[in-house]
Design a protein around this ligand. Structure first.
Ligand SMILES: Cc1cc2nc3c(=O)[nH]c(=O)nc-3n(C[C@H](O)[C@H](O)[C@H](O)COP(=O)(O)O)c2cc1C
Length: 316
Protein backbone atom coordinates (compact mmCIF):
# COMPACT_ATOMS: atom_id res chain seq x y z
CA UNK A 1 0.00 0.00 0.00
CA UNK A 2 1.29 3.43 -0.84
CA UNK A 3 2.24 5.62 2.05
CA UNK A 4 0.53 8.90 2.86
CA UNK A 5 2.73 11.79 3.87
CA UNK A 6 1.30 14.79 5.71
CA UNK A 7 2.94 18.15 6.33
CA UNK A 8 2.55 18.98 10.02
CA UNK A 9 1.18 22.31 11.15
CA UNK A 10 3.87 24.56 12.61
CA UNK A 11 2.61 27.92 13.84
CA UNK A 12 4.65 30.75 12.30
CA UNK A 13 6.28 28.41 9.77
CA UNK A 14 3.83 26.42 7.64
CA UNK A 15 1.57 29.32 6.69
CA UNK A 16 -0.17 29.59 3.31
CA UNK A 17 2.85 31.24 1.65
CA UNK A 18 5.13 28.44 2.80
CA UNK A 19 2.63 25.73 1.91
CA UNK A 20 1.97 27.07 -1.61
CA UNK A 21 5.63 27.60 -2.37
CA UNK A 22 6.60 24.26 -0.86
CA UNK A 23 4.05 22.48 -3.00
CA UNK A 24 5.33 24.19 -6.14
CA UNK A 25 8.92 22.98 -5.72
CA UNK A 26 8.76 19.73 -3.73
CA UNK A 27 6.81 16.55 -4.12
CA UNK A 28 5.79 13.70 -1.88
CA UNK A 29 3.23 15.39 0.36
CA UNK A 30 -0.40 14.29 0.14
CA UNK A 31 -2.04 16.62 2.67
CA UNK A 32 -0.91 19.84 4.31
CA UNK A 33 -2.29 20.84 7.73
CA UNK A 34 -2.79 24.45 8.74
CA UNK A 35 -1.63 25.75 12.11
CA UNK A 36 -4.59 25.90 14.47
CA UNK A 37 -7.49 28.34 14.29
CA UNK A 38 -8.82 29.40 17.66
CA UNK A 39 -11.73 31.66 18.53
CA UNK A 40 -11.21 34.54 20.92
CA UNK A 41 -13.63 35.11 23.78
CA UNK A 42 -16.02 36.98 21.48
CA UNK A 43 -16.15 33.94 19.15
CA UNK A 44 -14.08 35.81 16.56
CA UNK A 45 -11.15 34.65 14.44
CA UNK A 46 -8.14 36.83 13.68
CA UNK A 47 -8.19 38.17 10.13
CA UNK A 48 -4.75 36.78 9.39
CA UNK A 49 -5.96 33.33 10.46
CA UNK A 50 -8.97 33.54 8.18
CA UNK A 51 -6.79 34.60 5.25
CA UNK A 52 -4.48 31.68 5.88
CA UNK A 53 -7.22 29.15 5.18
CA UNK A 54 -9.27 30.93 2.49
CA UNK A 55 -9.52 28.65 -0.53
CA UNK A 56 -8.32 31.45 -2.82
CA UNK A 57 -5.04 31.50 -0.86
CA UNK A 58 -4.64 27.74 -0.99
CA UNK A 59 -5.37 26.89 -4.60
CA UNK A 60 -4.22 23.47 -5.66
CA UNK A 61 -3.16 22.55 -2.13
CA UNK A 62 -4.78 19.67 -0.24
CA UNK A 63 -5.23 21.71 2.90
CA UNK A 64 -6.72 20.37 6.09
CA UNK A 65 -7.46 23.23 8.46
CA UNK A 66 -6.85 22.63 12.14
CA UNK A 67 -9.02 23.91 14.98
CA UNK A 68 -8.34 24.32 18.67
CA UNK A 69 -11.27 24.45 21.08
CA UNK A 70 -12.42 22.98 24.39
CA UNK A 71 -16.16 23.31 23.94
CA UNK A 72 -18.81 22.17 21.51
CA UNK A 73 -19.97 25.73 20.67
CA UNK A 74 -16.48 26.54 19.40
CA UNK A 75 -16.19 23.20 17.63
CA UNK A 76 -19.51 23.60 15.82
CA UNK A 77 -18.82 27.24 14.96
CA UNK A 78 -15.40 26.49 13.49
CA UNK A 79 -16.46 23.39 11.60
CA UNK A 80 -19.40 25.30 10.09
CA UNK A 81 -17.14 28.20 9.17
CA UNK A 82 -14.64 25.89 7.49
CA UNK A 83 -17.32 23.89 5.74
CA UNK A 84 -18.67 27.17 4.32
CA UNK A 85 -15.15 27.92 3.07
CA UNK A 86 -15.30 24.68 1.09
CA UNK A 87 -13.49 22.25 3.38
CA UNK A 88 -14.77 18.75 3.99
CA UNK A 89 -12.19 17.68 6.59
CA UNK A 90 -10.99 19.45 9.73
CA UNK A 91 -8.45 18.43 12.34
CA UNK A 92 -8.88 18.94 16.10
CA UNK A 93 -5.76 19.88 18.03
CA UNK A 94 -5.32 17.89 21.24
CA UNK A 95 -1.56 18.18 21.21
CA UNK A 96 -0.39 21.75 21.73
CA UNK A 97 1.94 21.73 24.77
CA UNK A 98 2.39 25.43 25.56
CA UNK A 99 1.34 26.24 29.15
CA UNK A 100 -0.60 29.32 27.98
CA UNK A 101 -2.77 26.87 26.04
CA UNK A 102 -2.79 23.82 28.31
CA UNK A 103 -3.62 25.92 31.41
CA UNK A 104 -6.92 26.68 29.70
CA UNK A 105 -7.57 22.98 29.08
CA UNK A 106 -6.87 23.42 25.41
CA UNK A 107 -4.55 21.37 23.18
CA UNK A 108 -2.85 18.63 25.21
CA UNK A 109 -4.39 20.32 28.29
CA UNK A 110 -7.60 18.41 27.51
CA UNK A 111 -5.97 14.99 27.54
CA UNK A 112 -6.34 14.42 31.33
CA UNK A 113 -10.11 14.94 30.89
CA UNK A 114 -11.42 12.10 28.70
CA UNK A 115 -15.00 12.79 29.81
CA UNK A 116 -14.73 16.35 28.52
CA UNK A 117 -13.42 15.05 25.19
CA UNK A 118 -16.36 12.66 25.09
CA UNK A 119 -18.87 15.45 25.75
CA UNK A 120 -17.38 17.73 23.12
CA UNK A 121 -17.44 14.99 20.49
CA UNK A 122 -20.92 13.86 21.42
CA UNK A 123 -22.34 17.38 21.22
CA UNK A 124 -20.37 18.46 18.15
CA UNK A 125 -20.29 15.50 15.81
CA UNK A 126 -24.07 15.17 15.56
CA UNK A 127 -24.21 18.76 14.27
CA UNK A 128 -21.18 18.51 12.08
CA UNK A 129 -21.04 17.96 8.34
CA UNK A 130 -17.29 17.57 7.78
CA UNK A 131 -14.83 14.75 8.34
CA UNK A 132 -12.96 15.10 11.63
CA UNK A 133 -9.47 13.85 12.45
CA UNK A 134 -7.59 14.38 15.71
CA UNK A 135 -3.96 15.26 16.36
CA UNK A 136 -2.89 14.31 19.86
CA UNK A 137 -0.09 13.41 22.23
CA UNK A 138 0.07 10.49 24.67
CA UNK A 139 -0.99 12.72 27.52
CA UNK A 140 -0.36 16.02 29.22
CA UNK A 141 1.86 14.82 32.07
CA UNK A 142 1.48 11.05 31.90
CA UNK A 143 1.98 9.05 28.73
CA UNK A 144 -0.71 6.55 29.70
CA UNK A 145 -3.53 9.13 29.53
CA UNK A 146 -4.14 8.07 25.94
CA UNK A 147 -5.31 4.62 27.09
CA UNK A 148 -8.42 6.22 28.57
CA UNK A 149 -9.06 8.32 25.48
CA UNK A 150 -8.80 5.77 22.66
CA UNK A 151 -11.85 3.73 23.80
CA UNK A 152 -13.87 6.97 23.77
CA UNK A 153 -12.67 7.87 20.29
CA UNK A 154 -13.71 4.39 19.12
CA UNK A 155 -17.34 5.48 19.59
CA UNK A 156 -17.08 8.26 17.04
CA UNK A 157 -16.55 8.49 13.29
CA UNK A 158 -13.05 9.96 13.51
CA UNK A 159 -11.29 9.72 10.14
CA UNK A 160 -7.75 9.51 11.52
CA UNK A 161 -5.81 9.95 14.75
CA UNK A 162 -2.37 11.49 14.40
CA UNK A 163 -0.27 10.57 17.41
CA UNK A 164 2.87 12.39 18.48
CA UNK A 165 4.15 9.94 21.11
CA UNK A 166 5.29 12.46 23.69
CA UNK A 167 3.52 14.14 26.58
CA UNK A 168 2.70 17.85 26.55
CA UNK A 169 5.13 18.31 29.43
CA UNK A 170 7.96 17.16 27.17
CA UNK A 171 7.22 19.92 24.62
CA UNK A 172 9.12 18.96 21.44
CA UNK A 173 12.16 17.18 22.85
CA UNK A 174 13.22 14.03 24.61
CA UNK A 175 12.18 10.40 24.55
CA UNK A 176 9.55 9.40 22.02
CA UNK A 177 7.56 6.55 23.52
CA UNK A 178 7.29 4.23 20.54
CA UNK A 179 6.31 1.32 22.82
CA UNK A 180 3.15 3.09 23.89
CA UNK A 181 2.53 4.18 20.29
CA UNK A 182 2.69 0.48 19.34
CA UNK A 183 0.20 -0.42 22.09
CA UNK A 184 -2.18 2.27 20.83
CA UNK A 185 -2.36 0.58 17.44
CA UNK A 186 -4.12 -2.43 18.93
CA UNK A 187 -6.48 -0.32 21.07
CA UNK A 188 -8.10 1.68 18.32
CA UNK A 189 -10.49 1.03 15.47
CA UNK A 190 -9.33 4.18 13.71
CA UNK A 191 -6.65 4.87 11.15
CA UNK A 192 -3.48 5.97 12.93
CA UNK A 193 -0.83 8.34 11.67
CA UNK A 194 2.61 8.52 13.28
CA UNK A 195 4.19 11.92 13.97
CA UNK A 196 7.45 12.89 15.62
CA UNK A 197 11.14 13.29 14.80
CA UNK A 198 11.06 11.82 11.29
CA UNK A 199 14.11 13.82 10.31
CA UNK A 200 15.66 11.55 7.71
CA UNK A 201 15.04 8.51 5.55
CA UNK A 202 16.73 6.10 7.99
CA UNK A 203 14.44 7.17 10.80
CA UNK A 204 11.40 6.70 8.55
CA UNK A 205 12.60 3.24 7.42
CA UNK A 206 13.11 2.16 11.02
CA UNK A 207 9.62 3.28 12.03
CA UNK A 208 7.98 1.79 8.94
CA UNK A 209 9.69 -1.55 9.59
CA UNK A 210 8.55 -1.55 13.19
CA UNK A 211 5.01 -0.29 12.54
CA UNK A 212 4.31 -1.94 9.24
CA UNK A 213 0.54 -1.54 9.50
CA UNK A 214 0.88 2.26 9.67
CA UNK A 215 0.52 3.91 6.26
CA UNK A 216 0.25 7.54 7.27
CA UNK A 217 3.17 9.68 8.41
CA UNK A 218 3.18 13.30 9.45
CA UNK A 219 6.42 15.23 9.12
CA UNK A 220 7.07 18.67 10.58
CA UNK A 221 10.47 20.02 11.44
CA UNK A 222 12.29 17.36 9.43
CA UNK A 223 10.43 18.31 6.28
CA UNK A 224 10.91 22.05 6.72
CA UNK A 225 14.64 21.40 7.23
CA UNK A 226 14.87 19.07 4.27
CA UNK A 227 11.96 19.79 1.92
CA UNK A 228 13.03 16.85 -0.29
CA UNK A 229 12.37 14.33 2.48
CA UNK A 230 8.77 13.46 1.57
CA UNK A 231 9.75 12.75 -2.04
CA UNK A 232 12.73 10.71 -0.80
CA UNK A 233 10.43 8.62 1.39
CA UNK A 234 8.08 8.02 -1.53
CA UNK A 235 11.00 7.13 -3.81
CA UNK A 236 10.08 9.93 -6.21
CA UNK A 237 12.65 11.27 -8.60
CA UNK A 238 14.54 14.27 -7.23
CA UNK A 239 16.55 16.75 -9.28
CA UNK A 240 20.31 16.27 -8.98
CA UNK A 241 21.17 19.76 -7.86
CA UNK A 242 19.24 20.14 -4.65
CA UNK A 243 20.77 23.49 -3.76
CA UNK A 244 19.57 24.95 -7.08
CA UNK A 245 16.02 23.78 -6.39
CA UNK A 246 16.25 25.00 -2.81
CA UNK A 247 17.47 28.40 -4.02
CA UNK A 248 14.51 28.85 -6.36
CA UNK A 249 12.14 27.84 -3.58
CA UNK A 250 13.84 30.14 -1.10
CA UNK A 251 13.86 33.11 -3.46
CA UNK A 252 10.19 32.72 -4.16
CA UNK A 253 9.47 32.48 -0.43
CA UNK A 254 11.36 35.75 0.11
CA UNK A 255 9.54 37.43 -2.77
CA UNK A 256 6.15 36.41 -1.40
CA UNK A 257 6.98 37.64 2.11
CA UNK A 258 8.37 40.90 0.70
CA UNK A 259 4.94 41.48 -0.82
CA UNK A 260 3.15 40.58 2.38
CA UNK A 261 5.24 41.86 5.28
CA UNK A 262 5.84 45.50 6.05
CA UNK A 263 9.50 46.47 6.05
CA UNK A 264 12.81 44.60 5.93
CA UNK A 265 13.05 43.83 9.64
CA UNK A 266 9.87 41.74 9.49
CA UNK A 267 11.18 39.88 6.51
CA UNK A 268 14.55 39.25 8.16
CA UNK A 269 13.00 37.88 11.34
CA UNK A 270 10.66 35.67 9.34
CA UNK A 271 13.51 34.25 7.25
CA UNK A 272 15.67 33.71 10.34
CA UNK A 273 13.02 31.33 11.63
CA UNK A 274 13.18 29.34 8.40
CA UNK A 275 16.95 29.22 8.44
CA UNK A 276 16.93 27.61 11.89
CA UNK A 277 15.45 24.69 9.97
CA UNK A 278 17.13 24.99 6.55
CA UNK A 279 20.59 25.28 8.11
CA UNK A 280 20.34 21.67 9.28
CA UNK A 281 20.47 20.48 5.66
CA UNK A 282 23.72 22.34 4.94
CA UNK A 283 27.31 21.50 5.80
CA UNK A 284 28.52 23.73 8.66
CA UNK A 285 24.95 24.21 9.87
CA UNK A 286 25.96 26.42 12.74
CA UNK A 287 27.88 28.80 10.50
CA UNK A 288 25.09 28.76 7.91
CA UNK A 289 22.55 29.89 10.49
CA UNK A 290 24.92 32.45 11.96
CA UNK A 291 25.51 34.14 8.58
CA UNK A 292 21.78 34.68 8.20
CA UNK A 293 21.25 35.68 11.80
CA UNK A 294 23.94 38.36 11.58
CA UNK A 295 22.43 40.00 8.46
CA UNK A 296 20.96 43.37 9.37
CA UNK A 297 19.69 44.41 5.94
CA UNK A 298 18.19 42.66 2.95
CA UNK A 299 21.42 43.23 0.98
CA UNK A 300 23.45 41.52 3.72
CA UNK A 301 20.86 38.77 3.96
CA UNK A 302 21.13 38.08 0.22
CA UNK A 303 24.91 37.87 0.51
CA UNK A 304 24.59 35.46 3.44
CA UNK A 305 22.24 33.24 1.45
CA UNK A 306 24.59 33.30 -1.57
CA UNK A 307 27.48 32.28 0.67
CA UNK A 308 25.44 29.48 2.19
CA UNK A 309 24.43 28.15 -1.20
CA UNK A 310 27.81 28.60 -2.91
CA UNK A 311 30.23 27.69 -0.14
CA UNK A 312 28.36 24.88 1.60
CA UNK A 313 26.88 21.64 0.38
CA UNK A 314 23.48 20.06 0.82
CA UNK A 315 24.00 17.18 3.23
CA UNK A 316 20.45 15.92 3.83
C1 LIG B 1 7.06 26.09 16.68
C2 LIG B 1 6.07 24.97 16.55
C3 LIG B 1 4.72 25.27 16.30
C4 LIG B 1 3.78 24.24 16.18
N1 LIG B 1 2.46 24.54 15.90
C5 LIG B 1 1.54 23.54 15.84
C6 LIG B 1 0.16 23.79 15.54
O1 LIG B 1 -0.29 24.91 15.29
N2 LIG B 1 -0.70 22.72 15.55
C7 LIG B 1 -0.24 21.45 15.78
O2 LIG B 1 -1.04 20.51 15.78
N3 LIG B 1 1.05 21.19 16.03
C8 LIG B 1 1.94 22.18 16.04
N4 LIG B 1 3.26 21.88 16.25
C9 LIG B 1 3.67 20.47 16.40
C10 LIG B 1 4.03 19.82 15.05
O3 LIG B 1 2.91 19.79 14.19
C11 LIG B 1 4.53 18.37 15.26
O4 LIG B 1 3.52 17.64 15.90
C12 LIG B 1 5.79 18.30 16.12
O5 LIG B 1 6.74 19.27 15.71
C13 LIG B 1 6.42 16.91 16.06
O6 LIG B 1 6.67 16.53 14.73
P1 LIG B 1 8.11 16.75 14.03
O7 LIG B 1 9.13 16.13 14.95
O8 LIG B 1 8.00 16.03 12.70
O9 LIG B 1 8.32 18.21 13.90
C14 LIG B 1 4.20 22.89 16.35
C15 LIG B 1 5.56 22.61 16.56
C16 LIG B 1 6.49 23.61 16.65
C17 LIG B 1 7.95 23.25 16.87
Amino acid sequence: MSQEILLAPIQGVTDSIFRNTFQKYFGGVDYLYSPYLRLDKDMQLKNSKIKDVLKENNEGVNLIPQIMTNNSEGFIFLSKFLSEQGYDHINWNLGCPFPMVTNKQLGSGLLPYPERINEILEESLSKNSVKVSIKMRLGLEDDMEIFKILPILNKYPISEIIIHPRTGKQMYKGHINTDIFGECLSLTDHKICYNGDINNLDRYDLLKTRFNSVDSWMLGRGLVSNPFLAAQIKGEEIQENKIEVFKKFHNELVQQYLNKLSGPSHLLSKMRVYWEYFALSFSNSHKVYKRVKKATSIEKYNIAVEQNCNQESWIA
